[in-house]
Design a protein around this ligand. Structure first.
Ligand SMILES: Nc1ncnc2c1ncn2[C@@H]1O[C@H](COP(=O)(O)OP(=O)(O)O)[C@@H](O)[C@H]1O
Ligand SMILES: [Mg+2]
Length: 258
């Protein structure tokens, strides 16, 4: 009998080598502007994110992290290459199909939470279902809020919640449609370290339950909670780590900035 690797990331990679990636990018490029002013924000990136893995994306400011995330989430078009969500090619999807995919199979979380201030936590979480033309079952909405530890905050408005709680509402809103992948762009960037920890704990348990997460971060301690780290420089994959620890991540980041 073969040995089962102790490291959960390695184990998952072993088990999923024959399974389709949750998301894959093949030769993806994205340029802004034209002529001499053109900026190639993402430059021929190949990446595959296995189901149930949490990957951190790091790199200097302007290295293309947000552009890469937005291309992977179908929020931005690629100039060339393929973005596959499971076996669906986002570049070949129509605008209507893309909108439907983004509403049902992709969850997005941003640094600034982007909650609607006039709506309660419960109403914010229900919004993606309403936008998808579904009548949100209250039990589902409250269930997702409970899952992020905010079962008793359903009627609170964003200003009545701490930053960490607001970000957990945003994660609940991203998860209510049960997306295949959660994309997060610096989700802890606006949080103090205690609030950041509650959000990272939540993401860790989601990944352990099989959710695929791709998270941009500047923070080596946050990246160390993920299963793997991808480092970008000038729009290209410059390095990768699996089973990261904060010290190694910080050292690699310093090397990249030089
Ligand atoms: N909408 C845009 N128009 C023009 N240039 C952009 C736009 N968005 C990003 N860029 C440029 O693309 C590069 C990568 O940006 P970005 O993906 O935001 O990097 P990061 O998230 O790593 O800081 C940068 O040089 C940035 O100035
Ligand atoms: Mg960015």
């Amino acid at each position: 009998m073969g040995r089962v690797p102790a490291d959960p990331y390695v184990r998952r990679m072993t088990l999923t080598t024959t399974t389709a990636a949750a998301v894959s990018l093949r030769g993806v490029s994205r340029t802004y502007g034209a002529g001499p002013a053109a900026v190639r924000a993402v430059d021929g990136v190949d990446l595959a994110f296995a189901p149930g893995t949490w990957t951190a994306v790091m790199g200097p400011s302007g290295s293309g992290k947000s552009t890469l995330l937005n291309c992977a989430a179908g929020l931005e078009q690629v100039d060339s290459g393929q973005v596959l969500l499971g076996d669906v090619d986002l570049a070949r999807a129509s605008e209507a199909e893309l909108t439907a995919l983004r509403r049902t199979r992709i969850g997005m979380v941003f640094q600034s939470f982007n909650l609607i201030g006039s709506l309660t936590a419960e109403q914010n979480v229900a919004l993606p279902l309403k936008l998808a033309g579904r009548r949100p079952p209250r039990a589902d909405v409250l269930g997702v809020l409970a899952a992020v530890g905010l079962g008793d905050r359903a009627r609170h408005r964003p200003r009545e919640l701490s930053g960490g709680q607001q970000q957990r509402v945003a994660i609940a809103r991203a998860m209510v449609t049960r997306p295949d992948v959660l994309f997060a762009d610096e989700p802890t960037g606006a949080l103090d370290s205690t609030a950041a920890r509650t959000v990272l704990d939540l993401m860790r348990s989601m990944a352990d339950q099989g959710q695929t997460i791709v998270m941009v971060t500047h923070d080596p301690a946050a990246a160390a909670r993920a299963d793997a780290v991808v480092f970008l420089r000038d729009g290209r994959v410059a390095d990768r780590l699996t089973g990261p620890d904060a010290r190694t991540v910080a050292d690699r980041l310093v090397e990249l900035e030089h």
